[in-house]
Design a protein around this ligand. Structure first.
Ligand code: ITT
Length: 202
């Protein structure tokens, strides 16, 4: 079965396709109008994007809303991760702001987690939703050339996401966990076998 991906972030699209393909889910980019992310949670924003794309395309659409929650910053940037340094800021500017805000935070207090909320919206109004979390910490300086976004400063098990191979990142990442849970939920729902699924109408 092919699902349209409701994202305008090319790096995210690449990861979604890379993780879902071996799980038996084919991916195509959704052509949809940008929707304002007004939700207070990752799950709400993922639902807003998936449902908007589903309305625009008439296809089952999958959206990911994700972000970094830093304990020393009271959970920020959280749902504002993309807008943390302003609407049109670059990844480098977002990282620079984060490291500046955390300049005086000692090693043991630099704990953080990456969260990914996945929502799949179906044309009949049903939704399937999962979430994945990866616990880690924020480095003092960027390191590594892989990945995207905050990857060069998010550390898990002694390496930043940007220092990991794609396979290493997918095995531990918030998005890997959320998408594996999503694929399991799809199997359980019978959608992949062309069966219907009861409930969860919205
Ligand atoms: P779409 O909404 O179009 O999917 P977006 O980039 O705006 O794209 P979000 O609203 O979910 O996505 O914002 C997520 C922010 O967190 C954004 O700044 C990303 O760069 C960052 N981010 C998400 N997943 C990440 C990952 O795996 N590694 C590093 N940064 C990540």
């Amino acid at each position: 079965m092919t699902f349209a991906m409701a994202t305008h972030n090319a790096h995210k699209l690449e990861e979604l396709a890379r993780i879902l393909r071996p799980l038996g889910v084919q991916v195509t980019p959704a052509e949809y109008r940008e929707v304002e992310e007004t939700g207070g949670t990752f799950a709400e924003n993922a639902r807003l994007k998936a449902q908007a794309a589903c309305r625009d395309t008439g296809l089952p659409c999958v959206a990911d809303d994700s972000g970094l929650m830093v304990d020393a910053l009271g959970g920020a940037p959280g749902v504002y991760s993309a807008r943390y340094a302003g609407e049109h800021a670059t990844d480098a500017q977002r990282i620079e702001k984060l490291l500046r805000e955390m300049e005086t935070v000692p090693e043991e207090k630099r704990t953080a987690r990456f969260v990914s909320a996945i929502c799949c919206a179906f044309p009949d109004g049903r939704t399937l939703e999962t979430e994945g979390v990866c616990e880690g910490s924020v480095a003092r300086a960027p390191s590594g050339a892989g990945g995207f976004g905050y990857d060069p400063v998010f550390c898990v098990g002694g390496k930043t996401y940007a220092e990991m191979s794609a396979e290493e990142k997918d095995a531990v990442s918030h998005r890997g966990k959320a998408l594996r849970a999503f694929a399991a939920l799809l199997q359980e729902s019978g959608v992949l076998n062309g069966e219907g699924k009861e409930g969860d109408a919205c």
